[in-house]
Design a binder for this molecule. Structure first.
Ligand SMILES: [Zn+2]
Length: 460
């Protein structure tokens, strides 16, 4: 009993929900399961209008309560807590059939950018279709009996609630993209999709398209004070790191394309291209694809973009085949009926394809490469550029370097083998002597086996 009480005291989450997180409990029925995870509408979370057709937080909670009633195939959990302390909903959906081998796992995340309305509407349609079809539609039944689907229908809960409390009450929210961190200078919010520890801070030049930089706290693409500084980012990372995912999807709008990570080895490029081609073939009006034409390294150290983004981080760190689908409709608050049509015509097919194909994708494995002592070119001092040259022994395909501290920024994070050019690290001017910068090198071989090498750079 003391164990339970200490969990309660620490987490502030009910024992039942904590059990669910540990996959130990019998399923709690429907609404109770959500409430026990703290997923509910607080009086202060109500929007300032009805936003006909868009999902405000209370309306999304109503949908989630409907999902939770399917206790035979749905389990409600909490991914973690938002910056303002709200539980982030996580749904585990899988059929009752027991298989001998572990079921391949697929993870869909929606709502990293709360102002984008189309992803929420589409994921609600998708889940409703799966739940209505299970036990009736043979294909859906088979898909869910042989795969495990995890869905976060709204990652950025704080941002979502803010968006719909500060919109016009009818057709638009506040156009809010970030979370609600207090930045300490009168501004609010970090773009969670610039906060992942992959090339974080790697390009802080003025971005004409965004009219800001990733370092500007006022901007819509503010990267945060450090890599993975935000609880929502860490919740996603923690989940992805602990689950052997075959597929990860981050669903956005409205840029109208489907994307793989930008830098790939040849064999992995071919797999991504094949998957995207299958997804595209299901679409009534095929979306453009963003996938490299061949094996590709980053063009330059100073290229724009590519910093702190979820799906490259997921792919490079865990091997889960990771995508961004940008639902292509005009604007971030399109007429809801057009989203329904877009789901039917162009989104439903790719989502089902990812679920269907998961079984045939090769899972990532563990490698056993050895490493010599790192070599360094340059001085480890504030304001300096030092090149990290890890010494990898054995055959590998490509490697990705990550820094876990804001004091050291890695702008050229990816190299195909051999990585002899090394990975430049920009030691920030503000870095304090003595700061220890944790570095990780993710090294992949052509059998999809990962070996992680850790090192530390100490600022002098
Ligand atoms: Zn987005």
């Amino acid at each position: 009993m003391r164990f339970f009480l200490s969990l309660l005291a620490l987490g502030g989450v009910s024992a039942s929900c904590m059990f669910a997180q540990n996959q130990m409990a019998a399923q709690a029925p429907s609404e109770k399961a959500l409430v026990e995870c703290g997923i509910d509408v607080r009086p202060q979370d109500v929007p300032n209008g009805d936003y006909g057709g868009f999902y405000s937080w209370p309306e999304l909670v109503t949908e989630m309560k409907g999902w939770a009633k399917h206790t035979d195939i749905v389990r409600v959990q909490s991914l973690g807590k938002s910056g303002e302390g709200r539980p982030i909903p996580l749904f585990h959906i899988t059929g009752k059939a027991q298989t001998v081998a572990p079921k391949p796992e697929v993870f869909f995340v929606v709502g990293i950018h709360p102002r984008e309305q189309a992803p929420t509407i589409c994921i609600v349609r998708f889940i409703n279709e799966l739940l209505a079809g299970y036990g009736k539609d043979p294909e859906i039944t088979k898909l869910l009996d042989t795969r495990t689907l995890w869905v976060v229908p709204m990652l950025n809960v704080d941002g979502k609630i803010y968006d719909f409390q500060h919109g016009n009450g009818t057709t638009k929210g506040a156009d809010w993209r970030k979370n609600r961190r207090e930045n300490g200078d009168g501004t609010y919010g970090v773009d969670l999709n610039r906060n992942f520890p992959i090339r974080w801070g790697g390009n802080r030049a003025y971005d004409a398209a965004w009219k800001t930089t990733t370092a500007d706290t006022r901007g819509n693409i503010y990267e945060g004070p450090a890599p993975a500084s935000e609880p929502e980012t860490r919740a996603v990372m923690d989940f992805i790191s602990k689950h052997p995912l075959r597929v990860f999807l981050d669903l956005h709008s409205p840029l109208h394309d489907m994307r793989s990570p930008g830098n790939l080895s040849q064999s992995e490029r071919d797999i991504f291209a094949g998957l995207l081609d299958k997804m595209q073939k299901t679409q009534k009006e095929p979306y453009p694809l963003q996938v490299p034409k061949a094996a590709q390294e980053p063009r330059t150290e100073t290229r724009g973009g590519d910093s702190g983004i979820s799906y490259p981080w997921a792919y490079y760190s865990t091997g889960a085949y990771s995508f961004n689908i940008e639902i292509g409709l005009k604007g971030r608050y399109p007429v809801p009926a057009t989203v329904e049509q877009e789901y039917t015509d162009n989104i439903r097919g790719p989502l089902f394809t990812l679920l269907r194909e998961a079984t045939d994708l090769k899972a990532a494995g563990k490698g056993d490469l050895k490493f010599g002592a790192s070599q360094w070119d340059g001085k480890p001092e504030p304001g300096e550029r030092i090149v990290w040259k890890p010494q990898i022994k054995g055959d590998y395909s490509y490697a990705i370097a990550q820094s876990a501290d804001a004091a050291g920024v890695i702008p050229m994070e990816f190299h195909l083998a051999p990585t002899t050019a090394g990975f430049p690290i920009l030691i920030q001017k503000e870095a304090k002597p003595g700061t220890r910068i944790p570095l990780s090198l993710y090294v992949w071989d052509d059998k999809r086996q990962l070996t992680v090498f850790k090192d530390t750079l100490v600022v002098r």
